[in-house]
Design a protein around this ligand. Structure first.
Ligand SMILES: [Zn+2]
Length: 111
C-alpha cells in the first residue's frame, strides 16, 4: 500500500511540475496581446503586435482600462500607444477584458 501511495504522490508532483513549467502567470484560457495601437473604433481595437501581426480585439462596456497603473477610460487610448490586452476568446475573435495602456516610447527625457 505504501508503494502505491508513494507513486501516486510522485505522479501528482509531476503534474504540479508540468504546470509550473508552463509558466503562464496570468489567467487560464485567456490571451495576452502586446502591441501598438494602429486603429481605434468604438468597439474594436486594432493593435500591431511585435511580430507585425495585426490583432483585433472587441471592446465591451465591461472592458477595463488601466494607464500608468491607474484606472483609465476608453478615451485614454491613443494611436501609437503601447498596450497589453488581456482578452478572452469569444466566437471567432477575442474580447478585451483589460487594456493596459502605456504611452508611446519616447527618447529619454528627464521626468
Ligand atoms: Zn491577463
Amino acid at each position: 500500500m505504501k508503494r502505491i501511495a508513494g507513486s501516486t504522490l510522485a505522479a501528482l508532483w509531476l503534474v504540479v511540475a508540468l504546470f509550473a513549467a508552463g509558466g503562464a502567470p496570468a489567467h487560464e484560457g485567456k490571451k495576452h496581446f502586446v502591441g501598438t495601437v494602429t486603429r481605434i473604433d468604438p468597439n474594436l481595437l486594432t493593435i500591431e503586435a511585435k511580430d507585425a501581426k495585426t490583432v483585433e480585439v472587441v471592446l465591451t462596456a465591461a472592458t477595463v482600462y488601466v494607464k500608468d497603473k491607474k484606472p483609465a477610460k476608453f478615451k485614454d487610448l491613443a494611436l501609437g500607444d503601447r498596450v497589453v490586452v488581456h482578452a478572452t476568446p469569444k466566437g471567432a475573435g477575442f474580447q478585451a477584458e483589460e487594456v493596459e495602456i502605456a504611452p508611446p516610447q519616447k527618447t529619454k527625457s528627464r521626468s
